[in-house]
Design a protein around this ligand. Structure first.
Ligand SMILES: [Zn+2]
Ligand SMILES: [Zn+2]
Length: 158
């Protein structure tokens, strides 16, 4: 991480700490919670503790960050969905559909988790994995061949 980024992250964390300690923040959060009396996560549907889930651009301005909570312009998320959102992961839609208690979190581009994958899909992804390994091995072999050839032709002559 560049020193600049590191610094801005540090300031960001300090700002959040200050906000979360303020009475105004607690008021805003209380208003937000009145909009969600069912305590249901908008993403995985699990009921429990709800936290305001922000979009990354909300963090650019701290006044907006707090106001969006008060105005209910954030998503109501369970702590688990909120944490995984920061890592760029989403709950497996099939787990959600099944109403599972232990929802898997997967990268955005995937359609389901290993637990919800059909046998057919499992075989396919395994085959793709094998093909990919074969491909990588071939590339490495070719590079090694070139390296050996270069060595034979250039280095040994000296
Ligand atoms: Zn959730
Ligand atoms: Zn799943």
């Amino acid at each position: 991480m560049t020193p600049d980024l590191e610094y801005s992250h540090k300031v960001h964390r300090q700002n959040l700490q200050t906000i979360w300690g303020s009475r105004y923040w607690h008021e805003c959060r209380a208003v937000f919670l009145t909009h969600h009396p069912d305590n249901k996560c908008e993403r995985c549907g699990r009921v429990g503790v709800i936290v305001p889930g922000h979009k990354s651009e909300d963090y650019l301005d701290m006044a907006t960050y707090v106001l969006k909570v008060r105005e209910n312009k954030v998503q109501a998320l369970c702590p688990s969905c909120n944490r995984n959102e920061a890592k760029g992961k989403k709950p497996c839609p099939v787990c959600v559909q099944k109403g599972k208690e232990d929802v898997w979190y997967i990268p955005q581009h995937l359609e389901n988790c290993p637990d919800c994958r059909s046998e057919e899909e499992k075989v396919l992804s395994e085959q793709n994995g094998k093909e990919f390994k074969k491909f990588v091995r071939k590339v490495q072999d070719d590079q090694n061949k070139k390296r050996r050839k270069f060595y034979r032709e250039n280095v040994k002559k000296r």
